[in-house]
Ligand binder design. Sequence first.
Ligand SMILES: Cc1cc2nc3c(=O)[nH]c(=O)nc-3n(C[C@H](O)[C@H](O)[C@H](O)COP(=O)(O)OP(=O)(O)OC[C@H]3O[C@@H](n4cnc5c(N)ncnc54)[C@H](O)[C@@H]3O)c2cc1C
Length: 488
Amino acid sequence: MGAPLHTRRTALRGGLAAILASGVAPAYARNAFDAEVIVVGAGLAGLETALRLKEAGRSVHVVEANVRQGGRLRTAYTLPGTPNLGGVQIGPGYARLLARAAAVGVELAPEPVAPRNSRLFLGARALDGASWRTDPANPFPEAFKGLTPAAALFMLAQAEGANPLATLDDWRGPAGIAADISAAEFLGRAGFTADAQRLVDVGLNGNSLGTYSMLNLWRTQRLYEQERALGGSLVVPGGTQRLTDAMSARLQRPTHVRFPVASITSDDSGVTVRSLQGVSYRGQVCVAALPFPALRRIEVTAPLSDITREAIASLPYTQILQVIIEPQVRFWETDGMPIDMWSDGLLERAFSVRQPDGADTGLIMVWLNGGGVGPLDRAAFDWDSDSSSTALGDAIGRELARLRPASEGRVRVRAVQRWTASNSRAGGAYMHWAPGQVARWAGRMGAPADRLVFAGEHLGLVHTGMEAAMESAERAVAAVQERLARRS
Ligand SMILES: Cc1cc2nc3c(=O)[nH]c(=O)nc-3n(C[C@H](O)[C@H](O)[C@H](O)COP(=O)(O)OP(=O)(O)OC[C@H]3O[C@@H](n4cnc5c(N)ncnc54)[C@H](O)[C@@H]3O)c2cc1C
């Protein structure tokens, strides 16, 4: 279906070139709508928006830059254990997502809870939990020496009386705004020195302790408390991307993939969405279901509020680089330590990729966060080429050999996923708030701008992650319907 529309618009464009160059498009051309609604981005939010609009009897056309749909839901289907490179855990309170999964015939299962053992590496020294507690190099305050660097911030944030938020909405109300401090300040008040903070920073779900607001954590901890009462987390057996695959198969028209949007132009009678190749679609309304760093690269002509412009320009996204490696030697069988590890060096964290029954596949996911992605993430580097993959494998292999000499440094790279600024379609893994941003932007950024409506994970007001994307789609559909009704 994408092709005929594409051809027609291309033909229209060619025929009208001279008139358009003069800046005066005749009404028939400007109002030749390809669909009532053009949705930009075939991630969870865009697909949910499109399905809801289809169910409401609206005509919708989805365009997507990548050849693959699903966005930040991505599964490496061809690897053992079908590891997810994007979203995994589905909270029991994800009501919209649970309903959509059921409607598209995707069954969910409880998340496997096989226990994970791990080692902590300081320099090249391996420590287990007990030896870390008493190790002279443990820089944590006396009362907190038993906390691991990976868990310390989370545990302190949920300690008795630490969370200033009483309800799920408080994070963006006066209580939250009064408590909007950075994780660095929070840890500093608890006696964590710069050395101690450096270790906590390694696994932070943000980019640095100083630019990460504690409201991110307190807000989700309140949510987890409520969700716990509903049961444990769920997953999509076979990979989370199965959900977006099933959703895209139910659209009215196939998504126009490989359609990198370069501009979105809203005028008094419609919205034109144009690709980098110069192909365009026109709708009465457009939904931009893109992360803000991706939207930053698009030329948007619409009456955006100052707040939305500011947030598009600078909302922070957590940087994550994932590399799945296949060590050529099963070194954990030789050195007797668990596969999983946390380190204060280049590799940061590594996890065994497992089968659903908990069996190791022999693959390892190396997971770097925040500032740590820098040394291995090169914007100009083409990770897909063989030589780059070898260079990356060599760098990881060398570091692995330093920590686990039994590995002999021999690894093969099986997959690389950059959820980083160098990925122009994402810019990062997920949004987080820096101190001071909630008061100014929360609930206000991304307000509809005439015919341009926004959706995406970053616009969740209750949830975060996948359910935030679903929540934003529900709101976007209401805004679209209101606009279409106004104009009919
Ligand atoms: C490593 C990782 C782990 C996660 N873990 C969890 C978890 O356990 N639980 C949870 O709930 N959430 C998790 N998340 C978050 C969750 O995956 C996201 O919140 C959700 O998938 C975002 O959906 P979205 O539709 O808002 O954005 P996206 O999925 O990013 O969709 C946006 C789409 O727009 C496309 N696009 C970008 N630029 C253009 C352009 N110029 N033209 C056309 N199309 C464009 C992109 O290619 C993409 O397909 C995780 C995410 C990551 C990365």
